[in-house]
Ligand binder design. Structure first.
Ligand code: NAG
Ligand code: NAG
Length: 433
């Protein structure tokens, strides 16, 4: 017996110890689980808090916050963040941010130079082109419609690649408007020039200070062979000079024109659209009420798709190269719900019937002084309206054909157009049978 009596406490001891270990392991495990849960909860709360902070920073609810943010953005655009106002100080702040674009195209213009005298002479050329008193808008409109008709005949029965067609049309109109063109430009040349400009642009955007984009001899060769001269001169322009003049116009134009056409004629068809543009092209340049109504098409297009989504500056006082790059978010200024209301993302030219003071402050499609785009005084709005109306006239509205996007099936339903180049490339126009 005694050995058995002895064995019982021993057994009990083991069971108790085992249970003890098991229990403490369970408690430990529960504690760990509990701590993990607390940690998870804390992280979640932190994330939520950060998101709330971030959204009140950029999408801000209180009106003062929005006004502070707006002033801040404008001070980047107008160089007051760096206390600069004279070309000697402002040009380097801008040129550095545009350096790779300059190299890819061999540009020597106001956007890329640090020399006040080159800046001045470029502005003189640009303004003589833009402020030409004898511009015939009806002739430009007809250039656009005849180019579009040729494109439509070029791909009978198939669907039209809208990005390419818009690029060709915009480039043709810009070249005709800017230069003497001694002989008709072949479609093949227009395709190569527009594609190469696109390629060079992408290369410039993806390059770093260590890998600079090289100029395109294909692009330069095609531009040289056109033998273009300025209207007031017989000097045949080298490709770099042609690009310096056309890039700020053409490259900022075609995406706005394409997106505005899609929004106005397909995604937000409005019963007031035909009346709004019925006087185009005759009204263009007239400063009449009819023209003001028509130009709201361009104004609303430029609101949702400003030619530059962001305006980059290079801070002269910050030595760290990455931190020195600042930008103002023009796209957000133009779409902010606290500024534009709940319909901020909708295309509605009538909103320009009357803007609130805050909307007027935040609407900056041509940037600000001292480097406001020379196209600001009506030329840009007229050019966009002329080209968009031409597309509407030739391609018709949603009744005549339909549009779809092979690269962005969702995007075409959401009614907010993605403006990244690859997304724009997918838009097709198909005539209804
Ligand atoms: C630049 O913009 C800021 C913010 O709106 C403004 O306070 C300042 O007066 C502007 N500077 C100039 C020179 O216009
Ligand atoms: C451009 O000029 C060159 C040399 O004068 C000439 O050979 C060429 O045919 C011209 N090209 C066009 C498109 O006019």
């Amino acid at each position: 017996m005694p050995p058995m009596i002895k064995a019982i406490p021993c057994y009990t001891y083991f069971v108790v110890t085992y249970l003890g270990i098991l229990a403490s392991a369970c408690i430990g495990w529960l504690c760990t689980l509990f701590l993990l849960l607390v940690h998870k909860l804390e992280t979640t709360l932190r994330t939520v808090h950060a998101a709330v902070l971030q959204s009140s920073e950029s999408k801000g609810q209180p009106q003062e916050d929005i006004e502070v943010w707006l002033r801040n953005q404008k001070s980047i655009i107008n160089f007051s963040f760096a206390d600069a106002s004279k070309p000697h100080d402002t040009l380097p702040i801008r040129a550095e941010a545009n350096e790779n674009i300059a190299i890819a195209f061999g540009l020597i213009n106001s956007l890329t130079t640090t020399s006040p005298s080159i800046h001045k002479s470029f502005l003189k050329t640009a303004s003589s082109i833009i402020n030409r008193p004898d511009r015939d808008w009806t002739a430009l409109f007809e250039t656009a419609t005849s180019t579009l008709k040729t494109e439509l005949n070029h791909v009978p029965g198939q669907s039209l690649p809208l990005a390419e067609v818009t690029r060709i049309t915009c480039l043709t109109v810009v070249l005709v408007d800017n230069f003497n063109i001694p002989s008709p430009i072949s479609r093949q040349s227009l395709v190569i020039i527009t594609e190469e400009i696109n390629n060079q642009w992408l290369k410039a955007k993806s390059s770093t200070p260590h890998s600079r984009p090289a100029a395109s001899s294909l692009l330069n060769g095609h531009l040289s062979s056109l033998n273009l001269t300025l209207r007031s001169s017989t000097h045949v322009l080298p490709p770099e000079e042609i690009l310096s003049i056309i890039i700020p116009q053409y490259e900022t134009l075609w995406r706005v024109v394409l997106v505005t056409y899609l929004l106005a004629f397909h995604l937000y068809p409005s019963p007031t659209l035909p009346a709004r543009i019925s006087s185009v092209p005759g009204c263009l340049g007239s400063n009449s009420d009819a023209e003001k109504e028509a130009l709201k098409l361009a104004k609303e297009g430029l609101r949702l798709t400003p030619s530059n989504k962001r305006i980059y500056r290079h801070s002269p006082t910050v030595s760290d190269h990455r931190k020195a790059k600042l930008n103002a978010d023009l796209e957000l200024l133009h779409r902010h719900p606290s500024i534009w209301g709940p319909s901020a993302l909708e295309f509605n030219p009538s909103r320009f019937d009357s803007l609130t003071p805050l909307q007027t402050e935040a609407y900056l499609p041509y940037s600000l002084r001292p480097h406001r785009c020379p196209a600001f005084g009506g030329f840009g709005d007229r050019m966009v309206t002329c080209l968009v109306a031409a597309m509407g006239r030739v391609l018709g509205t949603s009744g005549a054909g339909r549009v779809s996007n092979t690269n962005d099936k969702e995007g075409q339903k959401r009614q907010v157009i993605k403006t990244a180049r690859d997304k724009l490339e997918g838009w097709r126009y198909t005539l209804c049978k």
